[in-house]
Structures are given as C-alpha cells and as structure tokens.
Design a protein around this ligand. Structure first.
Ligand SMILES: C[S@@+](CC[C@H](N)C(=O)[O-])C[C@H]1O[C@@H](n2cnc3c(N)ncnc32)[C@H](O)[C@@H]1O
Length: 195
C-alpha cells in the first residue's frame, strides 16, 4: 500500500509535535557549508525546509536572496514568527514538484528522505530543472537503509548515483564527517554540480 505523504500528513505531524527530524538549530554540515560561501547575492533555495533554521541562519548571515519552501503552512508560519522581516515573496508554500524558478544553490536536508521512494528520480530531474547550469545542489542524504518503516526513507550512494549522475557532476557524495551526533555515520555529504 502506498503511504500517505500528503500535505495533510505533514501538517498533522507538525500539529501533533511528532517532528523527530527537527533539531531546533542549523545542523553542523549545513552551517559549515554555509560558512564557506562567499557570494551573498547567490539565489538560494531550501525545499522541504520545515522550521527552516538553516534559512534563518542564511538570512542572519546576510544572504538576502534566500527562499524557503514547504508544502505545509505550519512550519512556514513558525519561521515567519521568528523572522518577521523575512520577505513574503521568498516564502514558497507549494509542492516542490510544482516549483518554477532558477536557483544558484539548493540546500538539502531531510527532504529527499521524506518523499516517496518512487519520486526520487523525479526529485533529481526537478532539481536539474530549477538549478541553473553550473549551480549546486548540496547538503546531506542518509547513506544507509533503516530497519523501521519511513519516513525517513534511507538509501545508498550506489542508488543515489543512478538518479543524479544523468543531471549532475558528482563533486562530493561521501560519508559526512561533521554530522550531528545522532546522525553520525549515517549521512552522506553531497555537493553536485548541475550539468
Ligand atoms: C522530515 S521534514 C524535514 C524538515 C526540515 N528539512 C528539517 O530538517 O527540519 C520534511 C519536510 O518536507 C515537507 N514536504 C514533504 N513533501 C513535500 C513536497 N512535495 N514539497 C514541499 N515540501 C514537502 C514537509 O512538510 C516537511 O516539512
């Protein structure tokens, strides 16, 4: 049976506070990646951003061209409460697969693992569509399968290469060395250059 991973499913998880993925601060791999970025004008997207601590961090570091996207309004409302001056037109309440636009950089964290496995190829294709040529998809993917029923849905580098290699040059897809402790050893850090 296909699992319900609709907007309703995610909103209910936020309403009921069943948000085990939410660490409450920008994760170390994303924070350290952001810290070495130099172009403050870069057009950046964080899809499936949830409460979006990484977007908040980017914004506070002076990356004013950053957009936050989620299918559920609840985490976006939380984000707006914490960041009242964040522009509404950079808050995208839509299904990622319906996104239109062109970005220099997309940051991934626990979004890929939240979508149906059948959509993985489409995810790679959509990322190719919304990242400009030479732009970057960076962040973390789980690097192992989990025993329990997802989400999160795990996976392997071998599987991921199948989806991304047609669309991206694989600059990095390696064991993440600065994961937060509960995810240590379970994540791959990716930096993929859009072909
Ligand atoms: C596991 S949570 C991760 C949230 C955030 N990245 C974090 O690390 O805290 C997955 C998020 O993706 C959102 N989501 C799921 N499917 C989506 C879709 N098709 N388009 C946009 N957002 C989606 C959910 O609403 C949820 O906020």
């Amino acid at each position: 049976m296909t699992q319900d991973l609709s907007k309703k499913f995610w909103t209910q998880r936020y309403e009921e506070g069943i948000t085990g993925w939410d660490i409450g601060y920008p994760s170390t791999p994303l924070k350290e990646y952001i810290d070495q970025l130099t172009n403050k004008e870069a057009k950046i997207l964080v899809p499936g951003a949830g409460n979006a601590y990484e977007v908040e961090y980017l914004w506070n570091q002076g990356f004013k061209n950053v957009s936050v996207l989620d299918i559920s309004s609840l985490p976006l409302e939380n984000f707006k409460k914490r960041n009242p001056t964040f522009p509404n037109d950079q808050m995208l309440l839509i299904d990622f697969f319906e996104l239109e636009g062109s970005f220099d950089l997309v940051l991934e964290q626990t979004f890929f693992c939240a979508i149906d496995r059948d959509l993985r190829q489409q995810y790679a294709q959509k990322m190719h569509e919304v990242i400009r040529s030479g732009g970057i998809l960076a962040g973390v993917l789980f690097g192992k399968e989990f025993d329990q029923q997802g989400p999160p849905f795990g996976g392997t580098k071998q599987e991921y290469l199948k989806y991304f290699e047609p669309y991206f040059e694989i600059k990095h897809m390696d064991l993440c060395t600065n994961s937060i402790p509960p995810r240590a050893g379970n994540e791959l850090f990716i930096e993929l250059i859009r072909k």
